[in-house]
Design a protein around this ligand. Sequence first.
Ligand SMILES: [Fe+2]
Ligand SMILES: [Fe+2]
Length: 271
Amino acid sequence: MTAQATKRVVWLTDLHFNFLTPEQVDAFLTPVADCRADAVLFSGDIAEAKTVAGYLRDMEDRLGVPIYFVLGNHDFYHGSIRQVRQHIAELTRHDPRLVWLNAAGVVELARHVGLVGHDGWADARLGDYERSLVMMNDYRLIEEFAGLSKEDRWPRLKAHADEAAEHIRRVLPEALARYPRVFLVTHVPPFREACWHDGKISNDEWLPHFASRAMGEALRAVMGGFPDRELIVLCGHTHGRGEARPADNILVLTGGAEYGAPEIQRVFELS
Ligand SMILES: [Fe+2]
Ligand SMILES: [Fe+2]
């Protein structure tokens, strides 16, 4: 493989640009542009419902390379999941540099590296949802959940996570058939051991809101059929940096984040 065949890819997550001034957004994007990457991977939470599209466009204009992204729970705040997704689908449909992975199927990142992804959702199946007293802002600020009782919310959380897992069960085998290494970008950690927060794994109080068991089960099931392939999962949401290896051929990287202080997570050189 020649040097030209190597692709440089920058991973970003949980930027929460709505907490920054335009000058701070610009100051953050300068070192990202200086990476001279061929592509950006973004694992969700760029802003809120009314601002997500504008920030994606700004980032695309500024960086001038393809941005492969998913949406995080914050990206639906003060709006609805259905409407934001519809808007993002329209925004990205004819734009080859702004690629929403929910709608993209399998993407080639480098000659031997494929990419798939989905927003994902925490499905309240890990930890103890019934006893948990956590009241995420999601449950007040996203139309699909606002006003629902804790009991009525439960099946909706599961349904959103199941939709994401089904997408991955469909596209991941296709990616693995074509590429020995596949990256999967999703907002919500798919395993308990990937739910890093403050240097520890989240407890049963937080896990229902921080993890997607449906996605984890899908990944284990699919990867079990491809023992010689490698899956690298990039996620965020918990804002705690860490790594987990739930299976020999699955590595999960969870991004670290602080509101008001976005950072570059990693730069990958892929061939
Ligand atoms: Fe976040
Ligand atoms: Fe999040």
